[in-house]
Design a protein around this ligand. Structure first.
Ligand code: GLN
Length: 247
C-alpha cells in the first residue's frame, strides 16, 4: 500500500540509470523502480533519468545506478563509458552514492578480459580486475555483509573478479560463488559505491542497500536525512522466498 504523505516534499532526489538500453538484464531496472518508490515513502520527490550512449549527461545527479549486460553490451558502451570515466570517477571520489551490478561492476573496475581474450577497459573507480572463464557462475546467492546484513540475489557471469587492497568486499557468500570461485568474496565497497554481481533485481529484496543510497544522497544534498515510513511487507516476503531457494 502506498504511503501518502500530507506533508510537502522534503526535496528532490535524482536517480540516473546508466546505459539501460545495453546494460539491463535479469531485472536490473527494478533497482530504479525500488529507489523511486522508497524515495517517495521517505517523503522526498524522485526523478528517474536514463543515460545511454551519446546522450547528454544530465546535471545534478544524486544517485547513479548501473546494471549488468552481455559481453556484447559491454563492448557497445565501452568508448562512451571511457569518455565519461573521469567525470564518474570525480563523482565517486566526491561521495556520490552509486550501485553497479555485474557488467557495470566489472567496468567500474580496471578491466574485464573476456573468456575469448578481448580486453574491455574499465574506468578504474574500483580497484578490481575481472578475467572471463569458461566456467559460468550461475545461481542464487546469499552473502553476509557487515553493513547490510544478509544480502540475497541471483548471479550469472563468466567474469571472475578479484579485489585489490583499496576496496573491501560487500560481504562473504554463504551460498553461491560471488566475485569468483575461490575466495568467497561478493561485490565491492569503496566510498559510497556499492558493487555487486547480484541481479534479481537486488534492491527489491535488499531494502537496507536502497535506504543506504537514499540516506547518503539526502545527507549530501540537504545536510540531513529525515526517514519516512517505508512499507517493507513485500520486501520481507521476497527475502523469505529468495532465502528458501536452492543454489
Ligand atoms: N558479461 C559479463 C560476464 O559474463 C557480465 C554478465 C552480467 O552482467 N550478468 O561476466
Amino acid at each position: 500500500m502506498e504511503y501518502v504523505s500530507n506533508h510537502a516534499s522534503k526535496g528532490t532526489i535524482r536517480v540516473l540509470q546508466l546505459y539501460p538500453r545495453d546494460m539491463n538484464i535479469y531485472g536490473d531496472w527494478g533497482n530504479a523502480l525500488v529507489l523511486q518508490q522508497r524515495i517517495r515513502w521517505h517523503g522526498y520527490t524522485p526523478e528517474l533519468l536514463e543515460y545511454n550512449v551519446d546522450d547528454e549527461f544530465p546535471d545534478d545527479v544524486d544517485i547513479i545506478l548501473g546494471g549488468g549486460g552481455q559481453d556484447s553490451g559491454q563492448l557497445i558502451i565501452q568508448d562512451d563509458l571511457q569518455a565519461r570515466g573521469p567525470m564518474l570517477r570525480d563523482m565517486a571520489e566526491d561521495g556520490t552514492p552509486m550501485l553497479v551490478i555485474c557488467g557495470l561492476y566489472q567496468l567500474f573496475g580496471r578491466f574485464f578480459k573476456t573468456s575469448s581474450g578481448t580486453i574491455i577497459p574499465g574506468i578504474g573507480i574500483l580497484d578490481v580486475e575481472t578475467h572471463g572463464s569458461s566456467e559460468r557462475l550461475i545461481g542464487n546467492v546469499t552473502l553476509d555483509s557487515p553493513e547490510f546484513g544478509e544480502v540475497l540475489g541471483y548471479e550469472n557471469h563468466s567474469g571472475q573478479t578479484t579485489l585489490g587492497p583499496s576496496v573491501r568486499p560487500l560481504g562473504m557468500v554463504s551460498k553461491g560463488a560471488g566475485n569468483n570461485s575461490k575466495d568467497g568474496h561478493e561485490g565491492a565497497r569503496y566510498r559510497n559505491v556499492v558493487a555487486s554481481y547480484l541481479h534479481g533485481s537486488l534492491l527489491p529484496k535488499n531494502p537496507a542497500i536502497a535506504d543506504f543510497l537514499i540516506r547518503t544522497a539526502a545527507e549530501r544534498k540537504y545536510g540531513t536525512f529525515l526517514p519516512g515510513h517505508p512499507d517493507d511487507g513485500f520486501a520481507m516476503l521476497a527475502r523469505e522466498h529468495a532465502a528458501r531457494r536452492p543454489r
